[in-house]
Design a binder for this molecule. Structure first.
Ligand SMILES: NC(=O)c1ccc[n+]([C@@H]2O[C@H](COP(=O)([O-])OP(=O)(O)OC[C@H]3O[C@@H](n4cnc5c(N)ncnc54)[C@H](O)[C@@H]3O)[C@@H](O)[C@H]2O)c1
Ligand SMILES: *[C@@H]1O[C@H](CO)[C@@H](O)[C@H](O)[C@H]1NC(C)=O
Ligand SMILES: [Zn+2]
Ligand SMILES: [Zn+2]
Length: 398
């Protein structure tokens, strides 16, 4: 009795989406979105127009989106004037509403995650197992903005699609090379976190640092990205994981996710790298910087042991140069960086969703607040003041 009931439920939902799509496919959709008109100003909930998907594009009804620090970076830190007006948001999950010509992999009703890093499967980078840097994706969506390609308008003005996604909106349009189809049983209000922060931190430890069993690790910055890095170190078999943050409120969650030691640099007069060196007989095997601060990047490098220490930059900033003494690297340390945890999005995201469904990856622990899209400015304030890990905004009902 149970299975047929589930099946008929799934089928009826599928038909609802197909009928809904028949009503809207090919037409402009007017819907609600949070528009960032100017740097460093609150977002404004506006009615926007979302154009139908063009060739190779997918229009997605966003069900849930979380706020990541990279949204704050664009709005409050980098503040590039030519990056506005825009709709921020890139950590989200939704349902395909309609598809443009040439799209065969997706259908209305599919559950998907939009990706801020594309996977065209054809370029030399996609064909290499060494990287997730897709050439086509970065070429067609240069850097974070794609001014000519935006499908969003508001009050007669083109609105940029931040990272090609723009998920602080009830609907958005994304190129099919930046969409991952996921298990239809996955809860969208949870797996949205895999669209950025959790995959980024977890993958940085597992894919980029390649943390080894029995090793000692340090993670700097314990937002969702850093906490996911802690979880990645643990799942890779690290025996000691030192969690570092200047906000001691973050230590509770760090321990839940696998940290063995927690250190607040503010509790010490010595540089943090020296504190860690003394705790670990010369430094950690792997360090991950998840704060987005060039000073912390240097500290993370200097905290690794000479000979084989590996330090990975995950935090996002393009405002300052990094610096270090050459001898740090000459002595055998490796300094690396990682975007989206090294995952190729269309392959990696469905695997991470499966890992969550199989209880191998945690997500619920990262969600400290549930709100609606209308409360997006409250969610931004919480993150700005270090009062949340992830706030999930409900955008539309399923
Ligand atoms: N590389 C990527 O692909 C990628 C993807 C997503 C996010 N990011 C970046 O990762 C970083 C973390 O994102 P998040 O969403 O977890 O942010 P967050 O704001 O929730 O967390 C950042 C944490 O760093 C801590 N911190 C700040 N200064 C510190 C210092 N001097 N020493 C130690 N800790 C310090 C803060 O207290 C906070 O807990 C951001 O820079 C974000 O832009 C990068
Ligand atoms: C957020 O909502 C989810 C259901 O989507 C629930 O499981 C979780 O407990 C809620 N978390 C908080 C902190 O309210
Ligand atoms: Zn590619
Ligand atoms: Zn992000």
């Amino acid at each position: 009795m149970f299975l047929p009931a589930v099946l008929s439920e799934l089928l009826s939902r599928l038909f609802i989406h197909i009928f809904a799509a028949m009503a809207t496919a090919g037409k402009v959709i007017k819907c609600k979105a949070a528009v960032a008109w100017e740097p460093n100003k609150p977002l404004v909930i506006e009615e926007i127009e979302v154009a139908p998907p063009q060739a190779n594009e997918v229009r997605i009804k966003i069900v849930a989106t979380a706020v990541c620090h990279s949204d704050l970076y664009h709005l409050l830190e980098s503040m590039h004037k030519d990056g506005f007006p825009t709709v921020l948001g890139h950590e989200a999950a939704g349902i395909v509403e309609s598809v443009g010509p040439g799209v065969t992999e997706f259908q209305p009703g599919d559950k998907v995650l939009p990706l801020f890093i594309s996977q065209c499967r054809e370029c030399r980078f996609c064909k290499s197992p060494k990287t997730n840097q897709c050439e086509k994706g970065w070429a067609t969506r240069p850097n974070v903005m794609a001014p000519l390609e935006s499908r969003l308008t508001c009050k007669g003005k083109k609105v940029l699609q931040f990272t090609g996604t723009s998920t602080f909106s009830e609907y958005t349009v994304v190129n099919q090379m930046a969409v991952a189809k996921i298990d239809p049983a996955a809860p969208l209000e949870k797996v949205c976190l895999l669209g950025c922060g959790i995959s980024t931190g977890y993958g940085a430890a597992v894919n980029t640092a390649k943390v080894e069993p029995g090793s000692t690790c340090a993670v700097f910055g314990l937002g969702a990205v850093g906490l996911a890095a802690v979880m990645g170190c643990k799942s890779a078999g690290a025996k000691r994981i030192i969690a570092v943050d200047i906000n001691p409120e973050k230590f509770v969650k760090a321990k839940v996710l696998g940290a063995t030691d927690c250190v607040n640099p503010k509790d010490h007069d010595k540089p943090i790298s020296q504190v860690l060196a003394e705790m670990t007989n010369g430094g950690v095997d792997f360090s991950l910087e998840c704060a987005g601060n060039v000073g912390v990047m240097r500290s993370a490098l200097e905290s690794c042991v000479k000979g084989w220490g590996v330090s990975v930059i995950v935090g996002w900033t393009d405002l300052h140069d990094i610096s270090a003494r050459p001898l740090q690297l000459i002595a055998g340390r490796t300094w690396k960086g990682s975007v989206f945890g090294g995952f190729k999005g269309r392959d990696g995201v469905p695997q991470m969703v499966k890992a969550y469904m199989d209880k191998k990856v945690k997500l619920d622990e990262f969600i400290t607040h549930n709100m609606t899209l209308d409360q997006v400015n409250d969610a931004i304030e919480l993150m700005k003041h270090g009062k949340c890990i992830r706030t999930v905004l409900k955008v539309s009902s399923q």
